[in-house]
Write a protein that binds this ligand. Structure first.
Ligand code: NAD
Length: 295
């Protein structure tokens, strides 16, 4: 099966490389030519537009920042649908608005093109190791055709419902991750300023009920003052904005998510939008006038 891959950023690059390693012929495109060159050096065929990718493959994967990028790459001029043949499948693995996934899928269907929304969780390390969690929305029979190559990028592939359900699930995931990082930050700053070594706190609690994948991924980073992304605060702001908009449309208030959103907005104003989302701790450190590093 010949696969196209559009969007070769922090996540897309290692995901595409895993497909190459698994032996899939790959045609790639990104608006950043440096990333395209890197994948071409690893064995992929370089294309000069999303349309050209679609002309050459049976399946197109997109891994782009947000809804407008997916709309532009799929529906826009020189986009995927201009090059697509009936029967082609689009697998959008970006985290976008569920409504936009439905909208793009409806346009694709007019050309006889199927679509899955299949956002992921796990971040760059799990993308590199090919062990992402993939949350899928769409038709079961379409997923069946894609399961084999999705399995080269992730170990968990769960069909969550119709198109859009993958992104609803991802929004739930992003709320849980954001609130966990905020809780961890609040707790570690308290512990450190109260005079207990924060690394000891982490070691003492990680095996108990407060332990979590988020704690294990982010505590070592924040304790080292490492805010290199990973997952940028600006992308998490995008996800929480999508979560709040979606929640309000269906009549669900998100009081805690809104608070963490404002914490992230404050960090953005302070020039931290490009930091890893573990950088949320810097907000608490400023409030408490105490840094966990070296405490
Ligand atoms: P990124 O900004 O590193 O990469 C996005 C890539 O898309 C860039 O290379 C950019 O040049 C390219 N691009 C943008 N518009 C384009 C267009 N119209 N045509 C072709 N290429 C285009 O972002 P990322 O961290 O790789 O995240 C991608 C998606 O995955 C986002 O929706 C993000 O929320 C989600 N995600 C990220 C992580 C993470 O830890 N970074 C984890 C899970 C999910």
């Amino acid at each position: 099966m010949k696969i196209g891959f559009i969007g070769l950023g922090i996540m897309g690059k290692p995901m595409a490389k895993n497909l190459l390693k698994a032996g899939y012929p790959l045609v790639v495109y990104d608006i950043n030519p440096v990333s395209v060159k890197e994948l071409a050096a690893a064995g992929a065929e370089a294309a000069s537009s999303a349309k050209e990718v679609a002309q050459k493959v049976e399946v197109v994967i997109t891994m782009l920042p947000n809804s407008p990028h997916v709309k532009s790459a799929v529906l826009g001029p020189n986009g995927v649908l201009e090059g697509a043949k009936p029967g082609m499948i689009i697998v959008d693995m970006s985290s976008i608005m569920p409504l936009v996934a439905k909208e793009v899928s409806a346009k694709a269907a007019e050309k006889g093109v199927e679509m899955l929304d299949a956002p992921v969780s796990g971040g760059e390390p799990k993308a590199i190791d090919g062990i992402l969690s993939i949350m899928v929305g769409g038709k079961k029979e379409v997923l069946e055709k894609c399961k084999e190559f999705l399995g080269k990028m992730g170990t968990s592939v769960v069909l969550c419902g119709d198109i859009g359900a993958g992104n609803v699930t991802k929004l739930a995931n992003q709320i849980i991750v954001a609130l966990n990082i905020a809780a961890m930050s609040e707790a570690l700053v308290l512990g450190a300023k109260a005079g207990v070594n924060p690394e000891t706190i982490y070691k003492a609690i990680r095996g108990g009920l407060a332990g979590s994948t988020v704690l294990d991924a982010k505590a070592p980073m924040v304790l080292n003052g490492n805010f290199k992304p990973g997952f940028r605060i600006e992308l998490h702001i995008k996800d929480l904005a999508n979560a709040i908009e979606t929640a309000h449309e269906v009549g669900v208030p998100l009081p805690l998510t809104s608070q963490v959103m404002e914490i992230m907005q404050a960090l953005k104003v302070n020039g931290k939008a490009g930091d890893d989302h573990g950088g949320i701790i810097q907000y608490y450190e400023t409030l408490a006038k105490h840094e966990v590093r070296g405490s």
